[in-house]
Design a protein around this ligand. Structure first.
Ligand SMILES: [Fe+2]
Ligand SMILES: [Fe+2]
Length: 380
């Protein structure tokens, strides 16, 4: 190998790793990140297979994710056993020429997976505090042995992978905190009116099911979920005498009640949302808009209503119909509720395409598995 060829190869490898690390940082969902790390480790290192182990400090174990075809299999090892355990414990990269001749090698994994390991390159993954969070290994280089250069390259790769994993974990933590905060808020508002308790969460379930039935992406579904949970937050601005009124509203009371959709938008606009959630206030406030333009708060027309707002409108109407929502009105039977959705379509209020998917695919059943039972009613 000439000097310039080697240099060319190295710069190509580095460019590749930088590209991958960029893709890694973009992935905020841990399981798809782990798949990406393993898939690209195999390719970058010209190996046959890769394994990623994460340290489970509570149980003192390494948890491994083995990519086999498109499936990911989980295997647990006590910390300190096998080559990966050694790497995790001693914070050292290990390069093995023949696994079966290495006393550290644990044949158990091969036995479990029916695989034959020969060469192994195994590197620790450290977070920014230098703490080992896992181990990454590639198995069976396509030709020859793993070189010293491979060790260096793989260490660099494992370093980027560790940062991306930490990043995704932080992101998941933040999401969980955020989700529980908004659920608490929505539940507190629903509970002001005992009859509508649980409404926001049920609307969210329906909306997410309908969204996944039409193939929205994971991040779109997440945004929709939040918007749905928060859609009636504006009710906090409605006086008890109106919100809790038994019996029908006067026109004045009706128009006061209708203000909640605008309040939802105003309240949510006070919250800082990151880029992917920026449209939450607008979407949440669309749930009473109609395709004809006769809805509120803005009287938006069909072309101004995005798919998220259209989904919320259907979920909101459906939940109100099948809920026992006012003392003077009983919860409706499923078939009647579905007929009313069609009436709403005929009046150009809600999206016909979404309603037909909602009904044909029985989306309501995925949100409420017991809803076809004749005695069904929502748990409050
Ligand atoms: Fe509402
Ligand atoms: Fe609602």
């Amino acid at each position: 190998m000439t000097k310039s060829f080697a240099l060319h190869e190295k710069s190509r490898d580095l460019a590749r790793i930088l590209d991958i690390s960029h893709a890694m940082i973009e992935k905020t969902d841990l399981s798809s990140l782990l798949s990406l790390i393993m898939e690209q480790a195999t390719k970058t290192m010209h190996a046959d297979r890769s394994t990623l182990y994460l340290v489970d400090r509570e149980r003192n174990e390494l948890v491994s994710f083995i990519a086999q075809q498109s499936e990911i299999k989980e295997i647990r090892l006590p910390l300190g056993t096998g080559i990966a355990g050694y790497v995790a414990k001693h914070d050292k990269t290990v390069n093995v020429e023949d696994a079966y001749k290495n006393p550290l090698f644990n044949k158990e994994t091969d036995t479990q997976t029916g695989y034959r390991t020969v060469t192994i390159l195994c590197a620790p993954m450290r977070n920014h505090d230098g703490k080992i969070i896992g181990v990454l290994q590639v198995l069976n280089k396509k030709s020859g042995l793993f070189t010293e250069y491979d060790e260096w390259l793989f260490n660099t790769y494992a370093g980027y992978a560790a940062i991306a994993i930490e990043n995704a974990r932080l992101h998941e933590e933040r999401e969980k905190t955020f989700l529980s905060a908004i659920k608490t808020l929505a539940a507190a508002i629903d509970r002001r009116d005992p009859i509508t308790a649980g409404h926001s969460e049920r609307v969210a379930r329906l909306a997410v099911e309908l969204g996944s039935a039409i193939g929205l992406s994971i991040s779109e579904l997440r945004m929709l979920n939040y918007a749905a949970i928060l859609h009636d937050v504006g009710k906090i601005g409605i006086r008890d005498t109106v919100l809790l009124k038994p019996g029908r509203f006067t026109p004045e009371e009706r128009s006061e009640m209708n203000k909640h959709a605008l309040f939802t938008k105003e309240i949510l606009e006070e919250i800082y949302f990151s880029k992917e959630y920026k449209s939450i206030p607008t979407v949440a406030a669309m749930h009473h808009e109609k395709l004809s333009g006769a809805g509120y708060p803005f009287g938006l027309k069909a072309e101004q209503l995005n798919v998220f707002g259209r989904i919320l409108a259907i979920a909101d109407i459906f939940d109100a119909l099948v809920s026992h929502d006012r003392p003077y009105r009983k919860a409706m039977a499923l078939a009647d509720a579905l007929n009313i959705l069609w009436d709403e379509v005929k009046e150009n209020n809600i999206d016909p395409h979404l309603v037909s998917i909602f009904i044909d695919k029985k989306v309501y059943l995925r949100a409420f598995p017991d809803i076809e039972r004749p005695d069904y009613h929502h748990e409050g």
